[in-house]
Design a protein around this ligand. Structure first.
Ligand SMILES: Nc1ncnc2c1ncn2[C@@H]1O[C@H](COP(=O)(O)OP(=O)(O)OP(=O)(O)O)[C@@H](O)[C@H]1O
Length: 240
């Protein structure tokens, strides 16, 4: 079992957001996490990252995540936050190459092979023209794609992406979901992706987890299931 979430209860002070959430991912898969604003999607990722206390268990390959030391440093988990702010000038290639951090010793420099690998993932996203640009001067969508390139280099088994397509134009939205699908089908990664872009899920293979439903469970993605869930979200107010 790649991921097993068992009776997860999590939230903040007086407010429980995730109530007895359970789901299992037996093989590499794409999982879209959907639901109204404020329902607890990012909170679920905080639990995966051990940033908040929770009841219940998150098992990764049958091991309790609480007892796995440094899951990011060991390539078990990779995470792309909703907002990732850089407030100092840095070239795009310097930022992307940092995705290789786990292959480097403390203070070891990146070499030409590392930069070539970084350039390759940036080329895959058709953004090679930005390699020498100052990251802070890029548009919001370009910055989001560059973070995605860095995450690709991390090569983690399980990737948590918090609204990776939020600021992207329609072309790149489609590209990004097709890339995430490739991570699963070609590279056997498991991708948990928070999104409000339900339309982009229509052609994908994988599952959907609607945290706005009273008892969320994994539903196999099909055009009918995506549309049913869209109608559900449109016709039900946010659960309090
Ligand atoms: N550190 C915190 N302390 C208290 N409440 C918090 C904290 N972080 C988030 N919340 C609240 O928990 C609720 C769920 O937040 P979360 O970020 O998980 O929502 P979400 O489903 O990811 O929403 P969105 O689609 O808007 O990104 C929100 O009402 C938010 O204000």
């Amino acid at each position: 079992m790649i991921i097993e979430v068992k009776n997860l209860v999590a939230g903040y002070e007086q407010r429980v957001l995730l109530r007895n959430l359970s789901f299992s991912v037996p093989a590499p898969a794409f999982i879209a996490i959907i639901g109204h604003n404020g329902v607890g999607k990012s909170t679920l990722f905080k639990a995966f990252q051990q940033k908040i206390p929770y009841q219940g268990h998150i098992l990764i390959q049958n091991q309790d995540l609480r007892h796995i030391a440094k899951p990011t440093a060991t390539g078990i988990l990779g995470y792309l936050p909703q907002k990732n702010i850089v407030s100092f000038p840095i070239k795009v290639h310097e930022l992307v190459v940092m995705g290789l951090f786990r292959k480097k010793k403390f203070l070891e420099n990146y070499d030409a092979t590392d930069y070539a690998q970084a350039a390759q993932v940036v080329a895959q996203l058709q953004l090679s023209d930005l390699l020498d640009h100052d990251f802070t001067t890029l548009s919001g969508g370009e910055q989001q794609l560059i973070w995605l390139a860095q995450l690709m280099l991390q090569d983690a088994h399980i990737c948590l992406l918090d609204e990776p397509s939020q600021q992207l134009d329609v072309y790149y939205k489609k590209q990004v979901y097709s890339l995430l699908q490739d991570w699963v089908l070609q590279h056997q990664k498991t991708v948990l992706c928070i999104t409000h872009d339900l339309h982009n899920l229509l052609p994908l293979k994988g599952y959907l987890l609607n945290l706005s439903k009273p008892a969320p469970s994994l539903e196999v993605i099909s055009p009918e299931v995506v549309l049913q869930n869209q109608e559900y979200l449109e016709s039900h107010p946010r659960r309090l």
